[in-house]
Design a protein around this ligand. Structure first.
Ligand SMILES: Cc1cc2nc3c(=O)[nH]c(=O)nc-3n(C[C@H](O)[C@H](O)[C@H](O)COP(=O)(O)O)c2cc1C
Length: 329
């Protein structure tokens, strides 16, 4: 079933999210062959460029004061070239809409250049993957959030293709941030990014790598937020990422107003074939309910109109013990 997202017409609401599954041309061809509506390319990371340059700079015996700057520039160009090649090459092999992803942490102009180059190479849209992990108690939420809008405003003013922002889960009022991003020109939002989370090894008394993959139950955290999001910010195109593991989950996100569902862990668990299974489920479910298009049911679970306390309740309040209502909840 078709959907529109960021002004692009997609043949399916299933998008393969930015991940190792969208890092090569053969993988992008697989996404297309198995019926994905689009693919978000593996992010180009500002941090990676900076770290590489820093490491090389430490081993460099250059006496020139600007050696680091040179390395940063050189590595940046090499790294960037590989991403541009991926877009150009995939463009010649498939019609799949490609959404380039940029992880930016700074407001420096170098990102604007990258965004422009990606658009020129054939990206249909840009997804900005921005997150500032606070470690200083003096950093105020408002100031951190203003950096999101500064970055978005700069990128939007530089490119003609639509820009969306993949938001982090840890924002006090995600709707307020999203509204500000929209005012600065963002066309869409992705709820949410799911970051690397270290675990602790209690024998070694050390941080260790945690699994990067989601559990299907994590989707629940997003459903109500999506329903509220699309009710209060219908002007922003929403896609949902995290915990979409099967076709039923895709339908849930659409009912809560999303235009598309992004998947990564599902591919890790079941291969690219899962995209076809999801598409099939959506088609069969829609036929069973008499819907001929996604727009006929998208956003049916509307926060404004839903009288059910289940949509609005956050706390498990036991105000009337022993009533039937309590047992139901
Ligand atoms: C190994 C791995 C690498 C990822 N790399 C990126 C990335 O480069 N950029 C990004 O925005 N998200 C990245 N993600 C996050 C995914 O795009 C997605 O948002 C997250 O996995 C939640 O979706 P899921 O439940 O379908 O896995 C990565 C996820 C995994 C598991």
């Amino acid at each position: 079933m078709k959907t529109t997202y960021l002004g692009l017409e997609l043949s399916s609401p299933v998008i393969v999210s930015s991940s190792p599954y969208t890092a090569t041309v053969p993988q992008l061809e697989q996404c297309a062959r198995h019926g994905a509506g689009a693919a978000v390319l593996k992010s180009i990371f500002e941090e990676q460029i900076l770290h590489q340059a820093e490491a090389l700079g430490r081993h460099s015996d250059s006496t020139y004061g600007d050696a680091d700057l040179y390395l940063q520039r050189y590595l940046g160009d090499d790294y960037k070239t590989r991403f541009l090649e991926l877009i150009r090459s995939a463009r010649t092999k498939t019609d799949l809409p490609l959404i380039a992803s940029i992880n930016c942490v700074g407001t420096g102009d170098v990102w604007i250049e990258y965004a422009e180059a990606m658009a020129e190479a054939g990206a249909s849209a840009l997804e900005l993957n921005i997150f500032f992990h606070p470690t200083d108690p003096r950093d105020e939420a408002g100031a951190l959030e203003r950096r999101y809008t500064e970055i978005v405003a700069k990128v939007v003013s530089a490119v003609r293709i639509p820009v969306s922002v993949k938001l982090p889960r840890r924002l006090t009022n995600v709707y307020n941030v999203a509204q500000t991003l929209w005012a600065r020109g963002a066309r869409g939002a992705v709820l949410y990014n799911r970051f690397f989370e270290p675990d602790v090894d209690v024998e070694r008394l050390a941080f260790v790598e945690g699994s990067p993959y989601s559990d299907a139950s994590e989707l629940r955290n997003l459903l109500r937020t999506s329903a509220i999001f699309t009710s209060v910010l219908p002007q922003l195109d929403l896609s949902v990422s995290t915990g979409v593991h099967d076709g039923e989950a895709v339908v849930k996100t659409l009912l809560c107003g999303a235009r598309a569902a992004q998947i990564c862990t599902a591919i890790h668990l079941s291969g690219f074939e899962v995209i076809e299974q999801m598409n099939q489920y959506v088609d069969q479910w829609a036929a069973r309910h008499g819907f001929r298009s996604i727009e006929e049911f998208r956003g049916r679970l509307n926060f404004r109109e839903d009288p059910s306390p289940l949509c609005q309740r956050v706390q498990y309040m036991r105000y009337f013990p022993n009533t039937d209502e309590l047992h139901e909840l």
